[in-house]
Ligand binder design. Sequence first.
Ligand SMILES: Cc1cc2nc3c(=O)[nH]c(=O)nc-3n(C[C@H](O)[C@H](O)[C@H](O)COP(=O)(O)OP(=O)(O)OC[C@H]3O[C@@H](n4cnc5c(N)ncnc54)[C@H](O)[C@@H]3O)c2cc1C
Length: 518
Amino acid sequence: MDQGVKRVVIVGGGSAGWITAGLLAAEHGQGTNAGLHITLLESANIPIIGVGEGTWPSMRTTLQKIGVAETDFLRECDASFKQGTQFDGWRNASKDDRYFHPFSLPAEYSSINLANYWLSHGRNASFADFVTPQAAIASAGKGPKQTGTPEFAFNVNYGYHFDAGKFATFLQRHVTTRLGVMHQIGDLSCVERAENGDIAELILADGARIAGDLFVDCTGQKGLLISGEFGVDLVSVKDTLFNDRAIAVQVPYEEKSSPIASTTRATAQSAGWVWDIGLQTRRGIGYVHSSAHVDSAAAHETLYAYLKDAAPHADRASLTFREIDFVPGYRENFWVNNCLAVGLSAGFIEPLEASALALVEQSANILCEHFPRNAEVMNVVAKRFNEKLSYHWQSIIEFLKLHYVISQRDDSDYWREARSMQGCPQRLQEKIQLWQQQPPWHDDAPRIDELFPSASYQYVLYGMGFSPKYTESNRASYAQMKGRAEQLLSVNRDKIEQMSALLPTNRALITSMLSAAQ
Ligand SMILES: Cc1cc2nc3c(=O)[nH]c(=O)nc-3n(C[C@H](O)[C@H](O)[C@H](O)COP(=O)(O)OP(=O)(O)OC[C@H]3O[C@@H](n4cnc5c(N)ncnc54)[C@H](O)[C@@H]3O)c2cc1C
């Protein structure tokens, strides 16, 4: 007889495991109608990846759903506010080569495409400054809201930068003490299967057994269940996105009161790019690069050169540099039988737009929304999950490739190959052709659950200096929208002025929120 799906076992206690446990327990755990019994198994011997420091605005919703207070999160995770990404050196590596991809949409984006107006009439200002106050606010070092603004509310949209190790510990405490998730420490050794191929029990190194109805593989890059047990391969995207190694380092601020940048800074290099992320007490910096184009020693030299320029106070000898290899790709399937993969076990590509945790949140949300009550429904849910995740991965790959393929850099083999249309997904090639005559708009990212809205394509495209071949239609659209567009632009200019005066710096905002909560 079908007993229903009542026992969920999550294997892995990194960000993926604890976010999944938190969202699932908040919606379907003990004390809810479903009353799921959720166990998280974690090895004490295998550390979490502990990088993953940039999130999207979706993390605000995730934290709210899990039921944590924003100030607790800020305090315990060394967190700061992130308003988007600043790209340096991606277009042509000239001195003033910089653009922003902010989290806020262009003004009235659902009904008016201001890119038409900007292309015809506005190119003396950067596209981002033209359509939203956020780029100016962020580059002035301001936070996204006023002191006293309620938790999770904002003046301009924001996500976070945080310490991934502290985040896992923070969620663990909340999810186990408040949401009834059982935490078991142990090493997964092997699996016992049922006749239909489902996982019946996990067997740990000490001989203990954990039975379950549904298993979530959050074991990191190895994918112990999805790959080790079910043999699902990675679809490699190495021909499209070459980067497969990172060197990460944590750098202290020069002074306790040094400013905290409220964008991730991504600086292009000759064989990859350097991320620079400001937390409360330190910066997380790292060089993501292609091992086929640069060896480890040369990559270290590139990172040292960046540190010398961007953090000259840092004493290199006292820093710990950590190398991380990864195979850029995603699983052919994400859910097989009664097992689904969430997090690095599902795949990983370079963290250029920090999409990995957003995909974890998305996966956990799909699971919560469609949680299967029995084995028959599970097959349908698995099919839907696989379709959705496959779409999201392909969209992310296209969006990241856009950053490379429209670059004008010609200073290394890496850039010449990265710009080549060879390896550029067909769907992106077609979109780029279309954008020669019309700017991105809702049809370019049509789904309701899209990770990157079409506005993100606009920010990157025009930030990178993409100039369409045909402008006749823009001029026509411009004439139609002129009055409304000019009104919005004037409002935007006023907002930049008002908010610049009103908003505290990112550090001052965090300090005041933390002291008000004491
Ligand atoms: C260089 C780099 C930069 C990144 N930057 C970002 C970013 O800016 N933004 C972003 O969103 N993401 C980023 N990511 C990705 C992000 O770090 C991960 O997606 C996120 O941390 C989730 O990791 P995870 O939980 O899947 O895996 P992990 O953190 O690796 O956790 C794996 C867990 O599985 C457990 N485990 C493994 N084997 C066993 C076993 N045999 N038995 C029991 N337990 C086991 C381990 O103990 C651990 O708890 C980055 C990743 C890298 C590599």
